[in-house]
Design a protein around this ligand. Structure first.
Ligand code: NAD
Length: 362
């Protein structure tokens, strides 16, 4: 079977990482018919937007995409392409598996945590009121009246909506993922002791959904306690499900546990569409230098293979990446003992080494 997949090279270091990733995905023997689509800063002049409608149409049509990082231009009024993609395509879950591989430089070993972060709600819903604006003064007055609590007049306000339906969807996703991949436990993360009607609702809804999945253990943790425990005993955690803001922060914490941005993959997933991408950004200062680590995007490609049910190819790609990491020879500067290690290889040489391992395993 040939998979038609939307392929977005991105900008900054995106094109070189995407090319390296395309080569290793094809090296697994799975056949792809790439629907190449340009988005990001480089197409703004041509289309007047960094995310042209035909790019969204392509992803809707194909149902699956892999993308390189895209720069969010500062001060142009354009919102982030990455955020817009998640909203437009209703990709409600940001999936971030964080797994340690022997050979990665990290203070930890044996970490294997999967993060399911809610992507649309919470303080990131974009409902904000600027300090000093007339509508903000009106809102402050209204909220003070309703709640009986004084809000300082010189405040800015961000609204934190968390819904039953949005929470059900992300918690079900976490349980379904746990079932599908043989995971034992789902932990819901919150601050329900303080925010009773937003995080409290998240927790109550998570508990209700958990009842539908008697075969998977369920527990909850307050986010500050979880952060401390992740640093002390990360091996105790399995699948985490979190509202948007905590999900964002804990994702980076967990990326740190497994060796940093160079190896942290991700996917944004909805009911019928998924876009796979690395956690890191477009690192513009390294553009065109064949320098940065393509492994985070290659691991994102591995997640895509699993999503496509190409489980054998996904396992082979994971084993090839793990072997290259364990050898420590054909890796980029960020995976060497010192950042100026002269034996560090470039982006495309990492792809060569991974393809060699794939071929050797055939
Ligand atoms: P960044 O992740 O691009 O880079 C930060 C630093 O991390 C780099 O300077 C580099 O030292 C290191 N780094 C990142 N990726 C690496 C890799 N693959 N290998 C080795 N080292 C790597 O973060 P930033 O500088 O904050 O953001 C740059 C741009 O990327 C911004 O415009 C931001 O909006 C965008 N961004 C895009 C995405 C996305 O496309 N999903 C995600 C995050 C940031």
């Amino acid at each position: 079977m040939t998979y038609r997949v939307t392929f977005i090279p991105g900008d900054g270091v995106g094109p070189e990482l995407s090319e390296a990733t395309r080569r290793v995905l094809e090296g697994t023997g799975v056949e792809f018919d790439w629907d190449v689509q340009e988005a990001g800063a480089d197409v703004m002049d041509k289309y007047g937007t960094p995310l042209p409608e035909h790019v969204l149409d392509s992803i809707r049509r194909n149902g699956v995409a892999i993308k390189g990082p895209i720069t969010t231009p500062v001060g142009t009024g354009f919102r982030s392409v990455n955020v817009a993609l998640r909203k437009e395509l209703d990709l409600f879950c940001c999936l971030r598996p964080c797994k340690s591989y022997p050979g990665v430089r990290s203070r930890y070993e044996g970490v294997d945590i999967v993060i399911c972060r809610e992507n649309h709600e919470d303080l990131y819903a974009g409902i904000e009121f600027e300090q000093g604006k007339p509508e903000t003064a009106k809102l402050i007055e209204f909220m003070s009246e309703l709640s009986g609590k004084k809000i300082r007049e010189d405040s800015g306000v961000s609204i934190k909506p968390i819904s039953v339906s949005g929470t059900q969807r992300i918690v079900r996703f976490a349980f379904e993922y746990a079932r599908k991949y043989g995971r034992k436990k789902v932990t819901a993360v919150h601050k329900a002791n303080i925010m009773k009607f937003s995080d409290g609702l998240f927790l109550a809804t998570a508990r209700e959904v958990a009842q539908e999945y008697g075969d998977v253990e369920f527990e909850d943790r307050i986010v500050d306690n979880l952060s401390m425990q992740l640093v002390n005993r990360p091996e105790e955690y399995d699948v985490l499900v979190l509202p948007n803001l905590y999900g964002d922060i804990v994702s980076d914490l967990c990326a740190g546990l497994i060796g940093g941005l160079g190896v942290a993959p991700g996917g944004n997933i909805g009911d019928s569409t998924a876009v796979f991408e690395a956690t890191h950004g477009s690192a513009p200062k390294y553009r065109g230098k064949n320098k940065v680590n393509p492994m985070a995007m290659m691991f994102s490609g591995m997640l895509m293979l699993r999503y496509l049910e190409e489980l054998d190819a996904a396992d082979r790609l994971e084993a090839a990446l793990a072997a290259v990491i364990a050898e420590g020879k054909s890796v980029t500067y960020d995976m060497k003992p010192t950042r100026d290690d002269p034996t560090a290889v470039g982006t495309s040489e990492v792809a060569d080494a991974v393809i060699e391992k794939l071929q050797a395993a055939r």
